[in-house]
Design a protein around this ligand. Structure first.
Ligand code: GTP
Ligand code: SF4
Ligand code: SF4
Length: 317
């Protein structure tokens, strides 16, 4: 279903928990209020996915906090699978992945995005607060062994880790990663107070474009993508103050406390469906009908957050 700006709804981004075993200095916390930590049950998530599919959603992205901290993650994936979603993916810090990648594959997870913001131990710890680089690398390797495809790595570029970007590109090429996303820092969540570490992507993108054998624009968010001679695809993710990115936005978020949040940046563009998910007196059909109303309302209030070009200025921390 299309919103007032002609943007289809195709993707549901589900926050499974606000808890995380890392403490990255820029964490945007999916733009949510972190007071509510307890996530929705697999059944509740399955109900929302079922209705989402009716409205045109084809893919579900599982996020957090850290989604692998949910013990019932395989059950959540199975519930979503039965709702008819075609593509189920998860964004993770990778710390626990080596132990559970196989179980997630068996449950029906299609693909994984793993964050890797540094490839020197000290810098990794500086960014994430955890001395966990080796475990994350083991997680990436295990995801590959289990046959997840594509495997994407996420690298958030900041003034604190910019010298790590080339290492992460080389590493991705060496171990045969499909895609590397270079992401800019957002002034959302912790990123608001650490936005002084914002680093422009222009220089790096120019260097990448120079050696690329192919360049294209992805439909989702109109993100630029470059194929390097090694076959690695590097995608540039610059959502802040970028009306082109917002024009290609095809998603709604489901928050930990049962709200349909129509934009990462907006707390005023939210529809609460918790009543439909939690009231025990409702029949299944009544629940589904209320969630349908929720989606209709969410689509009617969806709008691009950035509509005009803005100059990015790093704020003082
Ligand atoms: N503002 C904004 N930023 C986004 C959005 N989607 C992704 N991002 C940024 O990109 C980061 C990484 O996104 P991922 O969770 O890996 O997923 P993705 O890149 O959207 O999805 P796929 O490439 O389809 O797997 C997020 O943490 C955000 O910083 C969006 O809709 N709006
Ligand atoms: S950015 Fe991701 S890994 Fe880092 S603290 Fe936030 S949720 Fe955890
Ligand atoms: S409207 Fe723009 S800022 Fe909001 S979620 Fe979509 S892409 Fe992100």
């Amino acid at each position: 279903m299309i919103d007032r700006y002609g943007r289809p709804l195709e993707d549901l981004r589900v926050t499974l928990t606000h808890v995380c075993n890392f403490s990255c200095f820029f964490c945007h916390m999916e733009g949510e209020d972190t007071e509510s930590m307890q996530g929705l049950s697999p059944h509740q998530i399955g109900l929302v996915s079922r209705v989402a599919v009716e409205f045109g959603v084809k893919s579900v992205k599982l996020t957090g906090g850290e989604p692998t901290l949910r013990r019932d993650l395989p059950e959540i994936i199975r519930e979503i699978r039965t709702s008819g979603v075609r593509d189920i993916s998860m964004t993770t810090n990778g710390f626990l992945l080596a132990n559970i990648a196989g179980k997630l594959k068996d449950a029906g997870l299609d693909r994984i995005n793993i964050s890797l913001h540094a490839l020197t131990r000290e810098k990794f710890k500086d960014v994430t607060g955890v001395d966990g680089m080796d475990r994350v690398i083991a997680g990436i390797r295990e995801a590959k062994n289990q046959g997840f495809k594509p495997i994407k790595l996420n690298f958030v570029l900041t003034k604190r880790n910019s010298e790590e970007a080339k290492r992460v590109i080389e590493f991705s090429e060496e171990i045969g990663i499909d895609e590397l996303h270079l992401i800019e820092l957002h002034p959302v969540g912790l990123g608001r107070s650490t936005f002084s570490f914002h680093q422009g992507m222009e220089e790096l993108e120019k260097e990448i474009a120079k050696i690329a054998v192919k360049s294209e624009i992805r439909e989702k968010h109109f993100r630029p993508r470059y194929t390097l001679p090694s076959g690695l695809v590097v995608e540039i993710v610059k959502p802040y103050a970028n009306p082109i990115f917002c024009a290609g936005c095809n998603r709604v978020r489901l928050t930990v406390d049962g709200k349909l949040k129509t934009c990462l940046y907006r707390d005023d563009k939210v529809i609460d469906v918790m009543y439909a998910l939690s009231n025990k007196d409702l029949t299944l059909e009544e629940r589904l009908e209320l969630i349908r109303h929720g989606f209709e309302a969410a689509i009617s209030i969806r709008e691009p957050n950035f509509k005009y070009m803005m100059k990015i200025e790093a704020q003082q921390a």
